[in-house]
Design a binder for this molecule. Structure first.
Ligand code: NAP
Ligand code: ZN
Ligand code: ZN
Length: 365
């Protein structure tokens, strides 16, 4: 009897411990569309969580990377860092998760865990360089990381987030990047009641920025170059809408904002928006156009203005944001697509034709 039980346990152990071949979607070159691809997920280590991916959001960073717009892509690349799924198995030391739990992974899957930034919960600024969910070398030298456009993923426990059960999963996925990338600067610069906030660009990040800033009590103005988004901006919680191509509307917000969150993905003139800041105002850049910002010092000196950047958020803050969203019933507005529609989705994202985040249903892979 014992030997049968042992045999059974050994069989289960072997099954769990096996490296798995996993279906994915990858770009093979900057100018080729994404298509089916096979990857291998590593054997489960004691502190690993193995997740079946149910949904993965489509971030503009996926597109920048797939097309090598930041000149740092290693092919083949499997994008996707807004991952929500269900735990298939856990390593022997894992405490936070058990099989069947909901789980999420954002933009990071590893860091040194020892430097002062990691210790402070700012893993995105790990002094040894954090490990991104895709297109980054694994810390053990075993190859590159592959992201969420795939059926399964394995990551160490600390980098896996608890997903609240009361929200629709497909709409939670974008919180793992778009949510935290907008939540973190709003918190860091202590945006709240009485602040006049401009959210620049109404896309995946921008629509989360509007919802979150409004929920924190700020007066929110949507700064957009798309007249068709005005009504949506109001529905999302914006108090005002400024069409950035309309001179009169732009005149009305000169020296107006305490804080501007810039989510624009394409080249644009930062100085145009700096002129909208009050004295001591702060403009925080989260959008990453491939071209560098050109800002004369004078535009900051007059008005003692700050121009800053912000990168996603650390692990504790990402969990805080998820819990905050669960409490305030905040999710992303999503259009669920099949994986085979990803190339068309990229084209539509470039045209601003998404309300407001594509999310891939991984059952389609
Ligand atoms: P997205 O959904 O495509 O939204 C970008 C928005 O920018 C568009 O909806 C559009 O809004 C505006 N825009 C686009 N082209 C423009 C142009 N030529 N002039 C002015 N506005 C323009 O992209 P996303 O997923 O939100 O990502 C936005 C950027 O943030 C990307 O560069 C991405 O790589 C970066 N990102 C950074 C972080 C970070 O940690 N810092 C994290 C995630 C993403 P309107 O139509 O309203 O004008
Ligand atoms: Zn992202
Ligand atoms: Zn570190």
């Amino acid at each position: 009897m014992i030997s049968v039980a042992n045999h059974f346990l050994y069989f289960i152990f072997e099954k769990i411990n096996k490296m798995s071949n996993v279906n994915a979607y990858a770009a093979q070159a900057a100018d080729s569309p994404l298509g089916p691809h096979q990857i291998t997920r590593r054997e489960l280590r004691p502190n690993d969580v193995h997740i079946e991916i149910l949904y993965c959001g489509v971030c503009h960073s996926d597109l920048h990377t797939a097309r090598n717009e930041w000149a740092n892509t290693t092919y083949p690349v499997v994008p996707g860092h807004e991952i929500v799924g269900r735990v298939m198995a856990v390593g022997s030391d894992v405490k936070k998760f058990k099989e069947g739990d909901l789980a999420g992974i954002g933009c990071l899957v590893d860091s040194c865990r020892e430097c002062e930034n990691c210790k402070a919960g700012l893993e995105q600024f790990c002094l040894e360089g954090c490990t991104g969910t895709y297109n980054n070398p694994e810390r053990d030298g075993s190859g590159m990381t592959y992201g969420g456009y795939s059926k399964e993923i394995v990551a160490r426990e600390e980098f896996v987030m608890k997903i609240p059960g009361n929200l629709p999963l497909e709409a939670v996925a974008p919180l793992l990047c778009a949510g935290i990338t907008t939540y973190s600067p709003l918190r860091h610069w202590k945006v709240g009641k009485g602040d006049k906030v401009g959210i620049l660009g109404l896309g995946g990040l921008g629509h989360m920025g509007v919802k979150l800033a409004a929920s924190m009590g700020a007066e929110v103005t949507m700064l957009s170059h798309s007249p068709s988004k005005k009504e949506d901006a109001t529905k999302l919680g914006a108090h005002k809408f400024v069409l950035t191509s309309d001179e009169e509307q732009v005149k009305g917000v000169q020296h107006y904002f305490d804080f501007i969150l810039d989510t624009v993905s394409a080249e644009h003139d930062y100085n145009f928006y700096l002129s909208m800041l009050k004295t001591d105002g702060v403009m925080v850049c989260v959008g990453v156009p491939p071209t560098p910002a050109q800002i004369p010092a004078m535009n900051l000196i007059f008005g003692r203005k700050s121009f800053a950047g912000s990168l996603i958020g650390g692990l504790p803050e990402t969990q805080e944001m998820l819990d905050y969203c669960a409490e305030h019933n905040i999710v992303s507005d999503v259009e669920v697509i099949k994986i085979s529609e990803i190339n068309e989705a990229y084209e539509r994202m470039l045209k601003g034709d998404v309300r407001y985040r594509f999310v891939i249903d991984m059952a389609s892979l």
